[in-house]
Ligand binder design. Structure first.
Ligand code: GLN
Length: 486
């Protein structure tokens, strides 16, 4: 009985600590900007910071209005939703003004012009827009490029960001990519095997998006942007980023394999401290997984006890119905959808840290599976054990705690271990809410180096090592419990 109680206590403390550590400090009034940070020169990572034209403009707007800027990275198709739902104040992500978008949100005055251009491999047979029919065409999901291609050319292949589409083009998996002109130039300047066609598909204007519920904020942005245009601040910021020196040059493919590997190693991990994306991502993955396991085990235990007590004694009718509903809903929907619902709907207008959102989402999800695993453990304990306990004068609760649950726990340990392994790997979908976990860390490197092989291998290897360690720990625990039996 002591052991189980200790376990409860430990897990509760762990979750409590993490919840406290995840709370964000509030220093002054904040201005939250959301963006998709693989869109150079408008937004991209430099080390751990998001920089670029949009980022600098919003930082300056915040400064001039006495606000503290906070920049968050998420997928492009979520930035407008984030503003609408009140999760963010402004979306600045090279967003093209369109009538459809204007129905959802308000646009500030525009601050840049752009075009949708076509990128092809040098020497490609595609020389203009009319050559695009029936070729493998890549776009970034949810952008005006996507819209144009879908409406005028045909179904494209949709990537979560432009850099990945360009990487696929460079790897020969596509024949052309349609992308905004400025990022296209950046991507191509690092890659001599690609070029941009002269003919552009559209001509557009960028503006920032603000919720229709915030006319005051819109007014503030318009006023400040106008002032920044008048005193040339906008032009200066744009100038800083539009002439990138030192764009990455790929090693020529005729250099030896060793040189190429060493160079790829350097570009992917050493240059600009890129290994830090993996290290930080690894820490986030560990933090989320540990706390979610703790939450899942607590929830699972409670639900399993309610359900089996109800089965055996008929008590807890209402609670049992609730638990049943919980299991049905959680096991009936994908974890990514649950994560998005918790982030955008349940915590929609509350400012909570994403790590906490992920812990809740994965913990609640895992709880449902843990509950059924533990219930099966409880059922596997011989009924006679309960009767024996009760005839010794122990109460139902006491027999459950000190006789049934410890045995049940031991029986289901392998299944529980399996659940933890699944959970650890499932956290890789955190990128959907732009949390920089291990997988997302690899993605960011990929979007900067256009190399798929090394970042993906590194990420896979780290997960594998984690799972091997976890399995080893579980095995030790199992052996330990077995020893105690004797
Ligand atoms: N300008 C394009 C759009 O608004 C793409 C923007 C982006 O990918 N960040 O759809």
């Amino acid at each position: 009985m002591k052991k189980i109680e200790k376990l409860y206590l430990l897990l509760t403390i762990l979750v409590g600590l993490l919840v406290v550590s995840c709370g964000e400090k509030d220093e002054g009034k904040r201005l939250i900007m959301v963006t998709e940070a693989t869109f150079p020169p408008y937004e991209f990572y430099r080390g751990a910071d998001i920089v670029g034209i949009d980022a600098d403009i919003v930082r300056e707007v915040a400064r001039r209005n006495g606000l503290q800027p906070v920049i968050e990275d998420m997928s492009f198709d979520s930035v407008i939703t984030a503003v609408q739902s009140g999760k963010a104040d402004v979306a600045a992500s090279g967003i093209t003004v369109t009538e459809d978008r204007r129905r959802q949100i308000d646009f500030t005055r525009s601050y840049a012009r752009a075009q949708q251009v076509i990128i092809v491999p040098t020497g490609s047979g595609v020389t203009g827009a009319d050559g695009l029919a029936n070729v493998r065409l890549g776009v970034q999901h949810g952008t005006t490029g996507d819209l144009y291609v879908t409406q005028h050319i045909g179904e494209p292949e949709r990537f979560s960001n432009g850099a990945l589409a360009v990487a696929a083009l460079a790897a020969g998996k596509l024949d052309a990519v349609v992308l905004d002109s400025a990022p296209a130039r950046e991507h191509v300047s690092g890659n001599p095997s690609l070029r941009i066609l002269d003919e552009a598909l559209t001509s557009e204007e960028y503006a920032m998006a603000i919720s229709k519920q915030r006319p005051d904020l819109l007014e503030m942005f318009n006023r400040t942007l106008a002032a920044m245009e008048a005193d040339d601040t906008l032009a200066r910021i744009t100038e800083t980023y539009m002439n990138p020196e030192g764009a990455e040059k790929k090693v020529k493919s005729d250099s030896g394999l060793r040189t190429r590997l060493a160079d790829a190693w350097y570009t992917n991990f050493v240059k600009d401290d890129r290994w830090k994306y993996l290290l930080n991502g690894f820490l986030v993955t560990i933090e989320i997984s540990l706390a979610a396991v703790a939450l899942g085990v607590i929830l699972g235990f409670l639900v399993a006890v309610v359900r089996s007590t109800h089965d055996q004694t008929g008590r807890f009718r209402l609670l049992n119905i609730l638990c049943h509903a919980y299991l049905t809903v959680i096991r009936g929907t994908p974890v990514v959808v649950q994560l998005l619902i918790i982030y955008f709907v349940i915590f929609g207008s509350v400012d909570v840290s994403k790590v906490l959102v992920a812990i809740v989402a994965f913990g609640v999800n895992s709880g449902a599976y843990v509950a059924e695993i533990i219930r099966s453990g409880i059922m596997s304990v011989d009924r006679g054990q309960m009767e024996a306990g009760r005839s010794l004068g122990l109460s139902y609760g006491c027999t459950m705690r000190s006789v049934i649950l410890p045995q049940a726990f031991k029986n289901v340990l392998p299944a529980l271990g399996n659940e933890f392994i699944v959970l650890l790997k499932e956290t890789s979908v955190c990128g959907y809410i732009a949390l920089q976990d291990l997988t997302k860390g690899g993605d960011i490197i990929r979007s900067q180096t256009y190399d798929a092989f090394l970042p993906l291998m590194a990420v896979a290897l780290i997960y594998l090592m984690l799972v091997v360690c976890l399995s080893w720990l579980l095995k030790k625990l199992e052996l330990r419990l077995k020893k105690n039996e004797r």
